[in-house]
Design a protein around this ligand. Structure first.
Ligand SMILES: [Zn+2]
Length: 323
């Protein structure tokens, strides 16, 4: 069996899906889907997405894409909506005889008890994405956007949902979750921007849309959320000093800040460029790159030799490593 995975972020473009508690379903679905894509690709899985940005794609186009590509697995990612009182996670299969993938994905979500307030179980439904796709398919309703507590999960637990969904897909292929840090091969490794990791760990986090997203370490993950334009960043080292600064869109850099004594950036103002440098660590370098909003990862940058980003282009994620 191959390992081609089709990820379908529900809705998009003129169809936002359900809307509630300040969130649009299409944005949440896309942000989680992009993280699933990222994690699965890191685990060596081939991924195709039904959409990469906030665009409208019909249901027929989606299943045609997956069928034509010959996907082995399809996962459609959604947020639920009902009365404000309804909450919890549920996963759908087409018919119970085809429930294997849904059971695995749902089971991995249940393993992380921070992701839900109620287990609504695996259900069968005659949904287009499940019925018209030739491969094993599951549709995840992560939480209810119409419920206040559930909506907080959708806003703040996107990485958790993405990891759980990825683990479920891997389990379907009989694969376990491999620590991404040990298997990651940075795109430029071997080139002048390569180098192996040092014994110094870097911890960092990103701020967007009124929220500090979880702190990440080295290249185990990226900081930020795909689809959310970044406003501030913070970084610190396990030992030693890192300095960094950011530039608001099309403007001059804010001052350098050091470790977690402050953050770089100003809430409410999007940034387009980042620079980092190490202080008093002559044998190490900081290597970093940023991801363009609705775009790709830009090349790795070393220290102050350059900046990460493109003037005038918003960014939504950052990766940092000390080498
Ligand atoms: Zn939906």
């Amino acid at each position: 069996m191959g390992t081609k995975v089709f990820i379908d972020p529900g809705h998009g473009g003129s169809d936002p899906g359900s809307v509630g508690n300040g969130l649009r379903e299409c944005d949440i679905n896309l942000a989680v889907s992009k993280r699933v894509q990222y994690h699965l690709q890191r685990q060596g899985i081939e991924v195709m997405m039904s959409r990469q940005s906030d665009t409208i794609v019909s249901l027929n186009e989606r299943t045609n894409m997956a069928n034509k590509w010959g996907a082995d697995v399809l996962v459609s990612i959604h947020c639920n909506s009902a009365t404000p009182a309804a909450y919890g996670v549920e996963t759908y299969c087409y018919q119970f005889q085809y429930r294997n993938l849904a059971d695995l994905v749902h089971g991995k979500i249940l393993e992380d008890t921070s992701l839900y307030y109620a287990n609504r179980g695996v259900k069968a439904a005659d949904f287009h994405m499940l019925r018209e796709s030739y491969m094993s398919a599951a549709l995840v309703e992560m939480s209810f956007i119409s419920n206040y507590r559930d909506a907080q999960l959708l806003a703040n637990k996107q990485e958790g949902f993405a990891i759980a969904i990825s683990k479920g897909v891997l389990a379907y292929f009989g694969k376990g979750w491999t620590d991404a840090e040990s298997t990651l091969k940075p795109p430029n490794s071997g080139s002048s921007v390569g180098g192996s990791s040092s014994s110094i760990d870097v911890y960092y986090k990103a701020y967007a849309n009124g929220i500090w997203y979880p702190e990440v370490k080295n290249l185990t993950d990226y900081a930020g959320v795909f689809g959310k334009d970044m406003e501030c960043i913070m970084a610190r080292l396990s030992s030693g000093t890192i300095e960094y600064r950011v530039s608001p869109l099309n403007s001059n850099y804010y001052p350098w800040v050091r470790n977690y004594t402050d953050y770089a950036g100003l809430p409410g103002y999007n940034i387009d460029r980042v620079q980092m440098r190490l202080i008093g660590l002559p044998n190490n370098q900081v290597k970093y790159r940023v991801h363009l909003l609705w775009g790709n990862w830009l090349p790795w940058v070393l220290g102050e030799s350059d900046f990460a980003g493109i003037q005038g282009k918003l960014i939504d994620a950052i990766e940092i490593q000390i080498i």
